[in-house]
Design a protein around this ligand. Structure first.
Ligand SMILES: [Zn+2]
Ligand SMILES: [Zn+2]
Length: 342
């Protein structure tokens, strides 16, 4: 099969590799769409993967075209998305079904080969079967969507809440979408006019980050927001998030940090005096009891939000140079870039 194989930092190669075959308890997925995550940009261009070569890509969906030993034939032909984490099953986090905190996990697209390929063998435990009405491209948005929904659940967003999301990237917009679907009043905060217009095209009110405190005061009669999401990963955004949250409100730390964080003393004081909760969020829940993926699959099949509009552009695997150049070009506003395979 053809795949994009990472042989070293900045050395992604479109080449022929061996087609995987499903082992016991696995299916073979014909990958139909795979999103390119900003973490893939770092993996490919800056940090590399855990070992080389590795096929990146952890946001994918596809069609089940073969079943391994012990897997029912009824899986054949089904549409599926994939929870990309392969837990060890032995550590204390795994025993309590808190898989993202597993101390010895594997991961499609970083520690293991992933979705920038035509086929992948996947254990049935990782499959999230999709409704036929969900497009493969929308199905490939399930991973970032589950991450976003998980953070919305961590923030405890409920009907009537006033919510600010700092960050206009894919995760930021998806956090806005799920907060809205939960009945909150949502404001998306960004810097660039183009990104704000994109958020507005989804029906969100936007706030320029430079004027965040002033606008928050205006929109909430001085009470500030119930929940604020920091989905950028910068010191400035975290400062603004703390300052925009109401007494006893919740700040959710979502953005991967770009540098060390240091808060001015008067901002830090606000965390104490306003009794703020600062909550971290990581990945998504995939347990029997709490399963962000199943909730996303249900919300996507209800078509209450135009998820497909998040996809700015699609590329074939062969067009990877163009795709990564577009990803690296920060002068162009975009949400999700995606590979599609026929
Ligand atoms: Zn990702
Ligand atoms: Zn584990």
């Amino acid at each position: 099969m053809k795949a994009l194989n990472l042989h070293g930092i900045n050395n992604l190669v479109y080449e022929e590799v061996e087609t995987p075959s499903p082992k016991r308890g696995e299916v073979l997925l014909k990958i139909r769409a795979c999103g390119i995550c900003s973490s893939d940009e770092d993996r490919v261009m800056k940090t590399g993967t855990y070992h080389f070569p590795t096929i990146p890509g952890h946001e994918f969906s596809g069609e089940i075209i073969e079943v391994g030993e012990g897997v029912e034939d009824s899986y054949m032909g089904k549409k599926a998305s994939v929870f990309p984490l392969l837990p060890c099953g032995k550590c204390s986090a795994c025993k309590s079904e808190q898989y993202p905190m597993c101390s010895d996990y594997k991961y499609f697209g970083s520690r293991n080969d992933g979705g920038f390929a035509e086929y992948l063998a996947v254990p049935i435990w990782n499959l999230v079967i999709l409704d036929d009405s969900i497009d493969y491209k929308v199905g490939a948005l399930m991973e970032p969507a589950a991450v976003a929904l998980h953070s919305v659940n961590i923030g405890g967003v409920k009907k009537g809440d006033k919510v600010a999301v700092i960050g206009t990237g894919t995760i930021g917009v998806l956090i806005g979408a799920f907060s809205k679907l939960k009945g909150a009043e949502v404001y998306i905060c960004g810097r660039r006019r183009e990104s704000m217009e994109k958020a507005e095209s989804f029906g969100f009110e936007t706030i320029d980050i430079q004027r965040l405190e002033e606008k928050v005061t205006e929109k909430t009669a001085g009470e500030r927001m119930d929940v604020v999401f920091e989905a950028v990963g910068t010191n400035e955004a975290m400062e603004k998030a703390v300052l925009s949250t109401k007494n006893a409100g919740v700040v959710v730390a979502v953005g991967n940090p770009k540098s060390d964080f240091r808060l001015p003393k008067d901002v830090y004081w606000k965390i104490l005096r306003r009794q703020l909760q600062i909550r971290g969020t990581w990945n998504s829940d995939y347990s029997e009891k709490n399963n962000d993926w199943k909730e996303v699959a249900r919300l996507m099949s209800e078509h209450g939000f135009p998820f497909e509009k998040l996809i700015t552009k699609t590329y074939s695997l062969k067009e990877y140079k163009e795709a990564f150049a577009a990803l690296a070009d920060k002068s162009v506003s975009k949400t999700k870039l995606m590979f599609v395979m026929d």
